[in-house]
Design a protein around this ligand. Structure first.
Ligand code: GAR
Length: 208
């Protein structure tokens, strides 16, 4: 049986989930995706899950627009537990998760954020980096805590910002690194190599 039993929450294309599924299928990550939930009914992440035979469904989160709370949060936790998930992956999930989910999966909720945190939390971080005039941008995979994009950092990757970048070209460059960073963070988790000491995540053994 796989070491990590993943529940994936997403809102969009699901390319990060795809990178995780690809790593599993190539034997590079000891994990199984047990369930994919999307808060957007026609999110492409659901099509990707179906193509790989992964159980998936739409989670109706209305009327809460930017948070996962209330009955939808209860339902989400119930579905994840029922599917046997022990780790929750926020893969482009555009809602803030609240303490009940974090308490149900203590230090087992991971998020990917398209910026070098603590710079540019929130939405459209690549546009924020571009508008700010940054020369480097990047991606962060971190444990989720009660704040917004504020939990202990597991993996970060940098990309250069080019003179002629548009928000789209910069985001595309960041996404290439996202697809390396998320499987890498999960490999460390699966191997039991992560130790959280306050804000710091100490990685023992090989770093890649
Ligand atoms: C990714 O760039 C991810 O970092 C970002 O949404 C995109 C989802 O892409 N997440 C956030 O902005 C969270 N605050 P995907 O659906 O193709 O994985």
């Amino acid at each position: 049986m796989a070491t990590l039993k993943l529940g994936v929450l997403g809102s969009g294309s699901g390319s990060n989930m795809q990178s995780i599924v690809d790593a599993i299928e190539k034997g590079e990550l000891d994990a199984e995706v047990k369930l994919v939930l999307a808060d957007v009914p026609d999110a492409k992440i659901l099509d990707r899950a179906k193509r790989h035979g992964i159980p998936c469904r739409y989670l109706d989160c209305a009327p809460w627009k930017t948070k996962l709370e209330g009955p939808a949060e209860d339902e989400c936790i119930r579905l994840l537990k029922e599917a046997g998930c022990d780790t929750v992956i926020l893969a482009g999930f555009m809602r803030i998760v609240k303490p009940a989910l974090l308490a149900a999966f203590p230090m087992r909720v991971l998020n990917i954020h398209p910026a070098l945190l603590p710079a540019f939390p929130g939405v459209h971080s690549w546009t924020q980096a571009l508008d700010y005039g940054c020369k480097v941008a990047g991606v962060t995979v971190h444990f989720v805590d009660a704040g917004t994009d504020s939990g202990p950092i597991i993996v970060q990757k940098c990309v250069p910002v080019m003179e002629d970048d548009t928000p789209e070209t910069l985001h595309a460059r960041i996404q290439v690194q996202e697809h390396i960073a998320f499987p890498e963070a999960l490999r460390h988790l699966a191997a039991g190599r992560l130790r959280v000491e306050g804000r710091r995540v100490v990685i023992s053994g090989p770093q890649g």
